[in-house]
Design a protein around this ligand. Structure first.
Ligand SMILES: *Cc1c(COP(=O)(O)O)cnc(C)c1O
Length: 417
């Protein structure tokens, strides 16, 4: 039995609750308080109730997957302002499929050859300050990354000079530190040279305006995560962008257990729009189910019409309380970060005074993590002696539990030292 009765129900949203005797309890897997935003390793975030309901309904009938994807693509296009769209199994999968589309297009020979890129452009240009571990996705498609610039600075002429006949695309990452070229500069130069720009906007929501912004700024394909702020299925994502590139994504992703004469796109073959029917492409291992597609679409529409000001107001109230309560605890110093990393969700940064507490921030984070229930904070600044509390995924009553546990953890420390 948990020591806090409030944890015996998990409030999803708007007072709807599900029994605490959840599947996770039955499995003996501990439920945690997710105070780190939308981190994938903690389960992303929670789907909206209407998303769960849509997935249940989608699970009760059959459809043609290519037809469902095409309709989903129209809806993504409406919401993002792009020509077309596609539902992926996550933003990282989207980056891989985007790179594959830029390299192979609609050529069945190239589609079949990937990730071997012999005979096709395979260089993806990235600013050094944008390199990150998710760019593995681009390598997985067979591309090689060509770096330009220094960590904090890139010159426009460097991008121009790096483009050659082996260039497939430029990959631009949102929410990186300022200094490198911004997206409008990048698209201007790349397009002058006929090169598409892929944008990694996985975690660039909120603000909701970003759903349209990168398309307006000239991106050819934008990848968003469906399992982060959109509150769609955890293993879902979006590609939005140019219709020809999305068509290539579809050709490389759809199950190709089809016959030429009866295939959905057999008319394209007869009209010579396609040289031939491809085999399963490089995207096929990143399968997306009908439930995920429908769930994502419902989440996307809900996000586009959501009252974001109310969310921000609620987060502000939560961080104000957390900040005030943490500052009352000896050895801790809290401050509110309003626009950390250019994001719209306010955070609390808690620093730990190692002298008066005898503990590092890492030790405090570990003790919170070992509590009952485990509290998982964002440990990104832990080597600077601090951790972050992000209100995005906090459920009803959890804020109080965090404050209680912080007090308990620090009291135990004071007694021990
Ligand atoms: C989370 C993230 C990804 C991966 O998104 P998934 O939907 O989890 O695949 C890629 N790039 C960045 C910058 C991210 O933050």
């Amino acid at each position: 039995m948990r020591n806090d009765v409030r944890l015996t129900t998990v409030l999803i949203e708007g007072g709807q609750s599900v029994p605490a005797q959840s599947l996770y309890d039955q499995l003996g897997v501990r439920r945690v308080i997710h105070a780190a935003g939308t981190k994938t390793r903690l389960g992303g975030t929670l789907m909206l109730p209407e998303v769960v309901e849509a997935m249940v309904q989608a699970s009760r009938a059959f459809v043609k997957m290519d037809e469902l994807q095409e309709r989903a693509g129209q809806i993504i296009a409406e919401v993002t302002g792009a020509e077309s769209g596609y539902v992926t199994s996550g933003a990282a999968a989207g980056l891989l499929q985007a790179a594959a589309a830029c390299m192979a297009g609609a050529d069945p020979v190239r589609i079949h050859r990937l990730p071997d890129t012999t005979g096709m452009p395979n260089q993806v240009i990235m600013q050094k300050g944008h390199r990150m571990d998710y760019d593995k996705a681009v390598f997985t498609a067979g591309a090689e990354i060509v770096e330009i610039g220094f960590p904090g600075e890139t010159m426009p002429w460097e991008l121009e000079a790096a483009i050659n006949d082996r260039t497939a695309a430029v990959l631009h990452v949102i929410n990186r530190p300022a200094g490198p070229l911004d997206l409008p500069q990048v698209t201007k130069i790349a397009h002058r040279c006929g090169i598409p720009v892929i944008v990694d906007a996985a975690a660039a929501l909120p603000p909701a305006e970003n759903l349209r912004r990168f398309i307006v700024e000239g991106a050819d394909l934008v990848a968003f995560s469906g399992g982060k702020a959109l509150r769609g299925p955890q293993a879902s994502g979006i590609l939005a962008g140019r219709a020809d590139l999305i068509r290539s994504v579809l050709l490389q992703h759809q199950d190709m257990d089809v016959r030429e004469t009866t295939w959905t796109y057999s008319a394209d073959l007869r009209a010579g729009l396609l040289k031939g029917r491809p085999f399963h492409g490089i995207g096929r291992p990143f399968k997306v189910g009908k439930e995920e597609i429908v769930g994502l679409i419902v989440a996307l529409r809900a996000y586009a019409s959501r009252n974001h000001a109310a969310d921000i107001q609620r987060w502000r109230e939560q961080v104000t309380i957390l900040d005030a309560e943490a500052n009352k605890i000896p050895g801790l110093h809290a401050e509110i970060l309003q626009h950390y990393g250019g994001r719209a969700v306010p955070l609390v940064r808690v620093s730990v005074d190692p002298v008066s507490t005898g503990l590092t921030a890492a030790e405090v984070v570990t003790r919170l993590d070992q509590g009952d229930p485990p509290i998982c904070v964002d440990d990104v600044p832990v080597n600077e002696g601090a951790f972050l509390i992000n209100p995005f995924s906090l459920q009803e009553g959890e804020l109080e539990v965090i404050v209680d546990q912080l007090r308990t953890v620090m009291k135990r420390i004071t007694v021990q030292s």
